[in-house]
Unconditional design. Structure first.
Length: 198
């Protein structure tokens, strides 16, 4: 199973990397338009963003807009085998971290970890990256398990995958510890997977 997952991941990453720049830009623009108009996004009290890296579905534009609008925003920092979300108020509070991905600079005053005991899970939206997704909520990440472990600890938080339509497949190879996503947003649609009612 693990070898099958590794091969599948490699193939899907190669496919995602091959999306042409103009197609990628158009897809990112259309996906972001869908998210902006989405009621669940508009009413969220806390937005948990990943910082897009390489060929991942872009989050930078939405993140900058949310910060400019004064929305409550947090981004992850890898600490050992865990992923901790920190509140930020300015994009400049990010520095290169795990595997070259931008992370919150915890040296700044005001960059503080989210106290998940004090949030309303149903009003929190977490965006997840990935290699591939399916209509049942199956998600293939990168093998580190950071988002799976986080989602297992905070099951009430809405898990929203951002993807290119080409990343949707019939079935993602899954194991019991692989946490499903609740919603998948691509340039063409917002797909509710049925793993949790919104």
């Amino acid at each position: 199973m693990e070898q099958d997952k590794k091969l599948f991941r490699k193939q899907m990453l190669k496919m995602r990397d091959a999306i042409l720049p103009e197609e990628r830009s158009r897809a990112d623009f259309l996906r972001n338009e869908r998210i902006r108009a989405w009621n669940e996004y508009q009413k969220a009290e806390l937005l948990l963003f990943y910082i897009s890296y390489r060929s991942e579905a872009d989050t930078i534009q939405l993140l900058r807009e949310a910060l400019a609008a004064g929305q409550a925003v947090a981004v992850p920092k890898v600490v050992g085998s865990d992923m901790i979300f920190y509140r930020i108020e300015d994009f400049s509070r990010l520095v290169e971290g795990y595997r070259g991905i931008l992370e919150p600079d915890t040296a700044f005053v005001g960059v503080v970890p989210v106290d998940f005991c004090k949030i309303v899970p149903e009003k929190t939206v977490m965006f997840l990256p990935g290699c591939a997704f399916d209509a049942t909520g199956g998600r293939m990440g990168y093998g580190g398990g950071f988002y799976d472990r986080f989602a297992d600890r905070h099951p009430g938080i809405k898990r929203v995958a951002l993807a290119y339509e080409a990343q949707l497949v019939v079935k993602v190879p899954r194991e019991t510890h692989d946490m499903p996503v609740d919603v998948i947003v691509t340039e063409e649609r917002i797909l509710q997977t049925g793993s949790k009612m919104l």
